[in-house]
Ligand binder design. Structure first.
Ligand code: 5GP
Length: 241
């Protein structure tokens, strides 16, 4: 259990699919409140996962701290409570970056390949961040042509994403979990590109080493049961140093 916040939430700014965002006292900071709301297939399926907000807040905080320790700049400032974290405010770059170590989900569907196939090297994907369009795949030329990001920003995003993959693969391997794939978002803050949003079982696929049991949001997406148990197990292992 973390201590409760002494930082007061300011004006409510917006609500995403699983988080609410508030102003903080300092103008360039904000507060995320993680909720138990669960969505899948771009909110075509909606539900609740008991205590998911607390799990994802604390998992994200720990992973952002680990990544900061490896020199990767993130928006994370500090945990405020079980469900709240203080972050640097960013202008989100409307790209969803995916790195895949094994074939699953969207890639299995897109190319008609069986889930679980090991890739000869990690696959880096850019998606246009758009719920109505189901986050379509795009390449760097699309992003440049549409003015979504600059060439130096795209170079930084790619380099940081591979660094995140290496760091998180090692981190989870030590906790008997295999990092199959994950999604990242980046934002601009005072001229710097920062890793933003969240890194949690909502945004990663994690499989138990040995059994390949799914320990992430696929349990909710695919009605596999024991969703809460999987989230709690991931939290316990992530907090175990
Ligand atoms: P896929 O493209 O296979 O559906 O997703 C690849 C990885 O990125 C998975 O770990 C998935 O959880 C994450 N991901 C991709 N898009 C989204 C999204 O819009 N929201 C969330 N929460 N995760 C996503």
């Amino acid at each position: 259990m973390t201590t409760q916040s002494t930082v007061k939430k300011g004006k409510f700014l917006y609500e995403g699919k699983a988080k609410k965002f508030y102003e903080a006292q300092e103008a360039d900071l904000g507060i995320f409140e993680y909720t138990d709301r669960a969505t899948a297939f771009n909110a075509k399926k909606v539900g609740q996962i008991h205590d998911k907000g607390a799990v994802n807040n604390q998992v994200s905080a720990k992973l952002f701290s680990v990544l900061e320790g490896k020199g990767i700049p993130t928006h994370f400032v500090k945990l405020l409570s079980d469900r709240e974290m203080l972050v640097r405010r960013v202008e989100i770059i409307p790209l969803e970056v995916t790195i895949r170590n094994r074939v699953a989900g969207g890639m299995a569907r897109q190319f008609g390949i069986e889930e679980g196939r090991r890739l000869k090297q990690p696959v880096y994907e850019l998606h246009y961040k758009s719920d109505p369009l189901d986050d379509p795949l795009m390449n760097e030329d699309h992003a440049l042509g549409l003015g979504l990001a600059t060439e130096p920003e795209l170079k930084t995003i790619r380099e940081l994403s591979f660094q995140v993959n290496a760091a998180l693969q090692e981190f989870f391997k030590a906790r008997q979990l295999e990092l199959i794939d994950f999604k990242l978002e980046f934002g601009r803050h005072k001229g710097q590109v920062l890793l933003a949003d969240e890194i949690s079982p909502d945004t990663m696929r994690l499989w138990q080493f040995g059994t390949e049991e799914k320990m992430d949001k696929d349990r909710f997406r695919r009605d596999l049961g024991k969703v809460e148990d999987a989230y709690q197990t991931v939290l316990t292992r992530v907090l175990n140093d």
